[in-house]
Design a protein around this ligand. Structure first.
Ligand code: SF4
Length: 383
């Protein structure tokens, strides 16, 4: 059964014909028509209860431009602004190497059998350090240090130690599967967190098993690292069930952050025939993911940076330097990658405050008691 709410409206505020069913209202009324189940799930989320896989699938299947979806996005937006104290986060991704990776994940531009990268490029230590120093000066909340799957683990540790001796911004590793012992070595080298996602199509589009990924997530947590996650890389071919499954997994395993990243079809991608999801679809998924995460997360990410997701529960961007599995340029900072300043500008336009301290590396999430959109009254940063 549908829920129909009728609001009196002022023509000064709603000058356009928004009435969906003229038999139910005069021209001085606005009708909001939503499914009963949508309102129940929003109420559940407002009570900080997570959603089940089936409930997430229901929301993911709502018509994209329906009032139900806008209400879900509004609920996720309010939840994030309140839970995260209106903080906008920027965690700089630094890809240490660009080269032909033998693991050949089908969505990755660095896959060896694609042939986009034929020789190994390892960015010099001084270059990596300079990116980190610049990012810290520009207020980065975290540094995500990524390698391809076959990169030397020892060299990643060395990079962590080198960065830790020069910058105070928290470090997050993003590399192959690890053991508890390797996780402890990362902690000793100065890393605070580990980004690790069970990919959509894991075992089908990658050579890795879901079980191995889950073992790594356990190892991350057991070794004292924070576990960072994202639902990725989302394409139109993925079922809502597959997507909802990973959302619930992120909640159940208490990811410090999760969110939505779409698959990018670089030229020559084997997924070109499927196309890509658009930012509107990303925003719907971002909102559902945010409601599923309830009180488990300290931030909610979206990639690549976009405004729509910031109205749907997203507050965390990844500016990029070095290699990227979404780019055919070896240095994505001169390619697809967004800069720290660009990310700050988008967050600021949407009323997220980058100058506040990060919630991700704090001990508990911020629970704001103030107005959630106060920064909308004026610019919070110089850009
Ligand atoms: S996603 Fe990682 S492991 Fe897979 S091909 Fe790309 S770099 Fe290699």
């Amino acid at each position: 059964m549908d829920i129909i709410k009728i609001y009196k409206f002022d023509r000064n505020f709603f000058p356009y014909p928004l009435v969906l069913n003229k038999s139910l209202a005069s021209e001085r009324h606005l009708i909001i028509q939503m499914k009963k189940k949508t309102t129940e799930l929003i109420k559940k989320a407002q009570d900080m209860a997570s959603l089940s896989r089936e409930e997430a699938v229901f929301l993911l299947n709502l018509p994209l431009c329906s009032q139900d979806v806008y209400a879900v996005m509004a609920a996720a937006n309010t939840l994030s602004r309140s839970s995260f104290g209106n903080k906008g986060e920027r965690h700089l991704h630094i890809g240490l190497n660009a080269g032909p990776c033998p693991y050949n994940c089908r969505f990755c531009s660095l896959a060896k059998n694609l042939g986009l990268f034929t020789t190994e490029i390892v960015f010099p230590e001084q270059q990596v350090l300079q990116w980190a120093i610049d990012a810290q000066a520009k207020g980065a909340d975290g540094l995500n240090i990524m390698t391809t799957g076959s990169f030397s683990f020892e060299r990643l540790l060395e990079t962590g130690r080198m960065l830790k001796s020069h910058v105070s911004t928290p470090l997050v590793a993003n590399t192959r599967d690890i053991s508890v012992k390797e996780g402890q070595a990362l902690v000793d080298a100065g890393f605070s967190g580990f980004y690790h996602a069970i990919r959509l199509g894991e075992g089908r589009d990658t050579p890795f098993s879901r079980e191995k990924r889950l073992e790594t997530i356990s190892a991350i947590k057991e070794s004292g690292l924070l576990w960072m996650n994202c639902i990725e890389p989302v394409g139109p071919e993925h079922s809502k069930e597959e997507i909802a499954d990973l959302m619930v997994l992120a909640y159940e395993n208490k990811a410090v952050y999760s969110g939505i990243m779409r698959r990018i079809n670089f030229p020559g991608s084997p997924f070109e025939r499927f196309g890509m999801i658009n930012e509107m679809e990303m925003a719907r998924m971002e909102a559902v993911s945010r409601l599923v995460m309830a009180d488990a997360c300290r931030a909610h990410c979206t990639h690549e940076p976009n405004s729509a997701a910031l109205l749907a529960g997203g507050n965390l961007f990844f500016p990029e330097k070095g290699s990227s599995p979404r780019d055919r340029e070896a240095e994505t900072g001169t390619g697809r990658g967004a800069s720290m300043a660009k990310c700050a500008a988008i967050l600021d336009e949407m009323g997220w405050v980058v100058k506040l301290p990060s919630n991700v590396f704090g001990s508990i999430p911020v629970k704001s008691t103030g107005p959630v959109c106060s920064s909308l009254l004026g610019r919070s940063i110089a850009i």
